[in-house]
Design a binder for this molecule. Structure first.
Ligand code: SAH
Ligand code: SF4
Ligand code: F3S
Length: 446
């Protein structure tokens, strides 16, 4: 038996890829461990989306170098692998700055891990796999293994949208949609292992075209699978929300009433400069269509503040849009110029202090909206899929329909259960729930 530690940064695609790397390495005898210092192999699955994310890799590598040296002093070899989007974008730089790294594999190249490991020479014999393979990577992956009742299923890789700020089209390559039959086969394999919730993932997942009818059709087909209770998909582009997909929110009960639909900005000039290809009003109309189809749908978004040239009035337009829509949760970021992207060449950089101030104002508003949304859930009963142990003994944690983490006492339910819980308290980032109709005794939160 050998031990493997994978640390994952970035988006759901990386979470999916990390699980697949574990699947690829399991037949070679690798089993996952929590402590990198004790692992025979450490994989950093990295993210290149913002400068800070990319920098983290090098600070982590500095620490791992010491772990690797300590392992060598004990006569063990620790194989150090850098995977993911930083590996893809900066493979050569990684090898230059961290010559103790053994393997560099991109998001498409990791399917070659077993082969690269077999050919791994003596320490310091490095290998790199950052070419985009001819065959889709999914053809080279084993059937997915489930890890709990909720699973990510990748239906798409890459992106053709080329938003001016974004590295994804360069690190993940051109958009590729997996054939629907393949997706259904993976979904069946997951359901057989007890999975009850599947989140379809792709960089621009609602542009999925692996079958006639696109993502709406795929969701309807998946909803036909026995014992698959919940469906979600992420991340979507507002301009790809077609009528059939909107209608699926009305017609498919398993499709959860929550959608992450990043808008980035509320100002049309900024949206145009970002190459988002829709206006703020287009976004409002899309939200109206979704709410007409599924009145209880909750929305989430991403925002970038301080995009080159963003004026105070343009930022105010973003704040107006936020006030109008009322997001249940959101992520917001200061613009980070990324090498090789068109926006990095734009003039009129917004001073860091100005961008920081805008980010604070935006986040204050988004946090207040999220807390209000959470408070409005108190007193309601919602189905919660308990998918992990809580931090405290006697506690389980799951997800409600709107993606909030819900804590519940474990003596009334088991991991993997989908239970109706009455929401009894709201916190900024989570809720507390108790079984409906529980007696005073069992309602005591452990
Ligand atoms: N495919 C998704 C986004 C993936 S990146 C979509 O189209 O919405 C996740 C988020 O990171 C983006 O929505 C954006 O808000 C943010 N982001 C991407 N590039 C960025 C950059 N250069 N600077 C700051 N934030 C960025
Ligand atoms: Fe990046 Fe835009 Fe593609 Fe999203 S849609 S991954 S932001 S290029
Ligand atoms: Fe990051 Fe790559 Fe995802 S850059 S956000 S890990 S696609």
């Amino acid at each position: 038996m050998k031990t493997l530690h994978i640390k994952t940064f970035g988006c759901q695609m990386n979470v999916y890829d990390s699980a697949r790397m574990a699947d690829l390495l399991a037949p070679l005898g690798y089993r996952p461990v929590n402590d990198p210092a004790r692992a025979d192999m450490v994989i950093l699955n990295t993210c290149h989306i913002r400068e800070k994310a990319a920098d983290k890799v090098f600070s982590d590598l500095g620490r791992l170098r010491l772990d690797k040296q300590a392992a060598a002093a004990e006569g063990r070899r620790m194989v150090l692998v850098v995977a993911g989007c930083v590996a893809q974008a900066e493979g050569a730089e990684i090898l230059r700055r961290a010559p103790y790294v053994d393997l560099v594999v991109g998001p498409q190249g990791y399917t070659r891990l077993p082969d690269l490991l077999a050919r791994l020479g003596p320490p310091a014999g490095q290998r790199v796999a950052t070419e985009f393979p001819v065959e889709p990577k999914f053809d080279l992956l084993p059937a997915p293994s489930a890890d709990g009742p909720s699973a990510f299923l990748s239906v798409q890789e890459g992106c053709d949208r080329f938003c001016a700020f974004c590295v994804v089209p360069y690190t993940r390559g051109a958009e590729y949609s997996r054939p629907a039959a393949e997706v259904l086969a993976d979904a069946r394999a997951l359901v057989r292992q007890g999975v009850r919730e599947i989140t379809l993932v792709g960089q621009n997942v609602n542009a999925y075209h692996g079958a006639p009818g696109g993502l709406g059709r795929l969701l309807r087909d998946l909803a036909g699978l026995d014992r698959l209770d919940r469906l979600r998909y992420t991340t979507s582009h507002p301009a790809d929300m077609d009528d059939d997909l909107v209608a699926a929110h009305r017609d498919v009960p398993a499709l959860m009433p929550f959608l992450h639909l990043p808008v980035q900005s509320g100002a049309d000039r900024v949206l145009k400069a970002m190459n988002r290809r829709h206006t703020a009003d287009d976004y409002r109309r899309t939200v109206d269509r979704l709410r007409a189809a599924r009145p209880d749908i909750a929305l989430s978004s991403d925002f970038i503040v301080g995009f080159p040239g963003e004026t105070e009035a343009e930022f105010a337009a973003t704040m107006d849009l936020v006030a109008e829509i009322g997001f249940a949760q959101a992520y917001s970021f200061k613009y980070s110029p990324r090498p090789g992207t068109p926006a990095a060449e734009l003039p009129d950089r917004v001073p860091d202090a100005v961008a920081g101030d805008r980010l604070t104002r935006l986040q204050d508003r988004l946090n207040a909206d999220q807390e209000a949304f959470n408070r409005a859930c108190v007193g309601r009963v919602m189905p919660v899929l308990l998918d992990r142990p809580g931090r405290h003994p006697g506690q389980l944690v799951g997800r409600g329909p709107y993606m909030q983490a819900v804590h519940a006492p474990s003596r009334t339910a088991r991991l993997g259960d989908l239970v109706d819980l009455e929401i009894v308290a709201a916190h900024p980032n989570s809720l507390s729930g108790l079984p409906v109709g529980a007696t005073a005794d069992t309602r005591v939160c452990a």
